[in-house]
Design a protein around this ligand. Structure first.
Ligand code: BEZ
Length: 259
């Protein structure tokens, strides 16, 4: 037991997932996980924990290397979708990982920003790794989707609801590196990367899947009006060559080793 081991209850970000909506409106999330998967460089026979495996699309690709992947996700709906792909997946809160010295690597793509008590997460990641094991992750960094969050908050205010207190965990590279060191990791790489991200189903699709933590205090009709207001405010987002709106994604990519 160390200073970071606590037994606080799970932290619910207020997000409910539907695997079908996720595949349609957020199918780009695992597709864009290629860079962090290459950083992981999984090897045949290695045991890898995929923390926040979602619907298992990227985990299934990792498994093609011959590594043995275990997926965990807080969403029962997404774990069912992962298992349907043949993945060894279980429902587990990333704040309360139960593994002990079992994994050569812990991997995470686009999940850690939902886990708003990072010290509990890192304590569990360290415990899950064998000594010398690596932690390879990519998630939202400081400034991520700031334009979209600003529009949702502005639409809430315009409709008389005031701003939501909800915030994802989007740290700087320095802040997260300090935390990693405090938890007994050697940081090999930590960088913020701007990655304007095309939204295949438009800003409406993104808001449909991801905006609910900002809206779940409102009745359905009021939430829909705020979503429409935010979409209107975001109608002038820059677009890529094929006309898809670009979201202002900023990734924090890290590679660290358990000391
Ligand atoms: C992300 O991958 O950075 C992200 C996705 C949905 C909501 C917030 C952030």
């Amino acid at each position: 037991m160390n200073a970071f081991d606590t037994a606080a209850p799970p932290v619910d970000a207020g997000q409910r997932w539907n695997a079908q909506d996720y595949a349609i409106d957020a199918g780009f999330v695992p597709v864009l996980g290629g860079a962090v998967a290459r950083l992981l460089d999984a090897r045949s026979g290695e045991r890898v924990l995929d923390l926040g495996c979602g619907d298992g699309v990227l985990s299934t690709e990792l498994a093609l290397t011959g590594a043995r992947i275990t997926g965990v996700d807080a969403s029962p709906e997404l774990v069912i979708a992962s298992r349907a792909r043949g993945l060894d997946a279980q429902v587990m809160d990333g704040h309360a990982l139960t593994f002990d010295g079992e994994f050569d690597a812990v991997f995470s793509n686009a999940a850690l920003h939902w886990m708003r008590e990072p010290d509990r997460v890192l304590a569990g990641v360290r415990r899950a790794l064998k000594p010398g094991g690596r932690f390879v992750a990519e998630f939202g960094g400081q400034g991520n989707v700031a334009t979209i969050v600003g529009a949702i908050q502005a639409a809430r205010v315009a409709h008389g609801h005031g701003e939501s207190p909800f915030a994802w965990y989007f740290p700087t590279a320095d802040t997260y590196s300090d935390r990693l060191r405090q938890h007994g990791f050697h940081v090999q790489f930590a960088e913020l990367i701007e990655r304007p991200t095309p939204l295949p189903t438009g800003i409406e699709g993104w808001l449909r899947v991801f905006a609910s933590p900002f809206l779940d205090d409102l009745p359905p009709g009021a939430a829909a009006r705020v979503r429409e207001g935010a979409a209107a405010l975001l109608s002038e987002l820059p677009r890529d060559a094929s006309g898809q709106p670009l979201a202002d994604y900023v990734r924090l990519r890290v590679l660290a080793r358990r000391r």
